[in-house]
Ligand binder design. Structure first.
Ligand SMILES: NC(=O)c1ccc[n+]([C@@H]2O[C@H](COP(=O)([O-])OP(=O)(O)OC[C@H]3O[C@@H](n4cnc5c(N)ncnc54)[C@H](O)[C@@H]3O)[C@@H](O)[C@H]2O)c1
Ligand SMILES: O=c1ccn([C@@H]2O[C@H](COP(=O)(O)OP(=O)(O)O[C@H]3O[C@H](CO)[C@@H](O)[C@H](O)[C@H]3O)[C@@H](O)[C@H]2O)c(=O)[nH]1
Length: 464
């Protein structure tokens, strides 16, 4: 079967870029991305393509090429479902904030709503693709809802987790390490569905990178991949603390360890702590699943990755206070970077939020500069924590559009996101405009230390 019409429910960080690339690579397929968030859809349709809601290098060019040709953004979810032969579900699956599994389990209410809407609307057979990251065996629940509430049409459920990382989404989608497709390969209909999706990706991904598994392996592989990646970051961050006590340098340790081909060099960069919408959520979900099967040792093992990360964020902020004579009350501190990593405007679970919150509890005055994050987003992130009133956050935190302005008159500067532009700032000028001693805390091992020390900074870097 040849796919002619794709619908993707959810126009977020995954749905938007993924569908833009499918549309660009498969001009014969009509791709419609739908969302209930009208303002998000309006932004995707903005005539000025630079105003699409997600910042990713290379994305606006792709949207420019495909939008209006075979890529469409709409709020008419019913129509897009009705028209499609293949429906991707790419809605958010955040950690539950209420009820059973609060703070651990994935909240599947948005997924269930999609399933019920598909069941209500569909009048002919559909292939439903799980693109969202889901607990293992979610496909079973989806199939139950579709079969029991639907109009008697047939559904094939595939699992096709997304492995893109933000900031490199377009490259990751164009040239993925692998594309994972889980399906019911033992039945002819399941096999046909897997082949249909495989054919879509085969338009640009070499066949040997298209991997087929059963549905449960595919669902669990996504959680496993994120757990392994986050574990590497927590492992090197654990060593960063030991380096600071012993005179070892975490960058040197990472290099030496990573040159072992069995270990490899990637994901060994010590930092102020990992952020992003996925790692914490997916590991908590994994821990919850393990506990629900009574696998307490498995759960404890993975939970430690999160505990280590929480410790790293807190320890970085605590070290700042300690270095500044145990008080930052009334002191101006410039935070350079708010996004959870460079080349994205996404701030979900960014370490910067927690560092700022810690320093605000110590009564610091914070000034933030980030090249891609809006003032509104920064306040909303702090308000969401609920540590103090919105007014108090607006009083103690200022957001500026210029890094030098952020640092002007500050007691300390902290690098919290590894934006390239921070390496080429005029650090002499920044030093001259700061109060002395001028403290510089590098939470990303971004800056070259010797030149900064030579300028006169009191320089501290993670793992050194
Ligand atoms: N962000 C990433 O880098 C990334 C990478 C791989 C996988 N994932 C997974 O992909 C999924 C989506 O993540 P995201 O970052 O794109 O989330 P997101 O919050 O950016 O986007 C989800 C979108 O779905 C919409 N939505 C929710 N319910 C809907 C409904 N019933 N009908 C129509 N639209 C609806 C929301 O309005 C939102 O715009 C999650 O499961 C996530 O874990 C994310
Ligand atoms: O050596 C490293 C690598 C990463 N990080 C931090 O870890 C976080 C996550 O980074 P990254 O994994 O590059 O970005 P994400 O967009 O969160 O992507 C992860 O999460 C996605 C959502 O599930 C998956 O699709 C991706 O494969 C997986 O890499 C960020 O705060 C990084 O700064 C480090 O501190 N040190």
């Amino acid at each position: 079967m040849t796919i002619k019409n794709i619908c993707c429910i959810g126009a977020g960080y995954v749905g938007g870029p993924t569908m833009a690339v499918i549309a660009q690579k498969c001009p014969n397929i009509k791709v419609t991305v739908v969302d209930i968030n009208e303002s998000r859809i309006n932004q995707w349709n903005d005539p000025n393509v630079e105003k699409i809601p997600i910042y990713e290098p290379g994305l606006s060019d792709i949207v420019k090429e495909a939008r209006g040709r075979n890529l469409f953004f709409s709020t008419d979810v019913d129509k897009a479902i009705d028209d499609a032969d293949m429906i991707f579900i790419s809605v958010n699956t955040p950690t539950k904030t209420y009820g059973i599994g609060k703070g651990m389990a994935a909240d599947l209410k948005f997924i269930e709503l999609c399933a019920r809407q598909i069941a209500r609307v569909a009048k002919d057979d559909k292939i439903v693709v799980e693109k969202s990251t889901l607990p293992v065996r979610t496909a079973e629940a989806l199939k139950n809802i579709l079969d029991n509430t639907g109009n008697g049409v047939n559904y094939q459920i595939l699992s096709n987790p997304e492995f893109l990382a933000e900031g490199t989404a377009v490259d990751d989608l164009m040239n993925p390490d692998r594309v994972l497709i889980g399906g019911d390969i033992d039945s002819p209909e399941g096999k046909e569905a897997v082949e249909a999706l495989t054919d879509v990706y085969a338009q640009w991904v070499p066949r040997e990178r298209l991997l087929t598994t059963n549905v449960w392996s595919s669902e669990l592989s996504k959680l496993t991949a994120n757990a392994f990646l986050a574990q590497r970051v927590s492992s090197i961050n654990a060593m960063s603390e030991l380096c600071e006590k012993t005179g070892a340098d975490v960058n040197e340790v990472a290099k030496a360890v990573g040159m072992d081909s069995r270990i490899g060099p990637k994901f060994l960069k010590a930092s102020v702590g990992f952020g992003g919408s996925c790692f914490q959520k997916d590991i908590l979900n994994l821990v919850y699943i393990a506990k629900s099967f009574g696998l307490n040792e498995v759960a404890d093992y993975w939970e430690q990755v999160i505990l280590m990360n929480d410790h790293q964020k807190k320890r970085f902020a605590a070290n700042m206070v300690k270095a500044m004579y145990n008080t930052v009350s009334g002191k101006k501190i410039a935070l350079l970077g708010w996004a959870f990593k460079k080349d994205t405007n996404d701030t979900r679970e960014s370490a910067a939020i927690y560092v700022a919150d810690y320093l605000l509890n110590e009564q610091a005055e914070i000034v933030v500069y980030d090249p891609k994050v809006t003032e509104e987003q920064i306040y909303s992130d702090l308000d969401y924590l609920g540590s103090r009133s919105g007014d108090a956050n607006r009083q103690a935190v200022t957001v500026v559009n210029d890094p030098l302005e952020a640092c002007d008159g500050a007691h300390a500067v902290a690098i919290l996101t590894e934006w390239d532009e921070f390496t080429t700032l005029d650090w002499q000028k920044i030093y001259d405009q700061m109060l002395k001693p001028a403290f510089l805390f590098d939470g990303r091992r971004l800056l070259e230390p010797e030149t900064k020390k030579k300028i006169g900074f009191e320089f501290y870097a993670i793992g050194n």
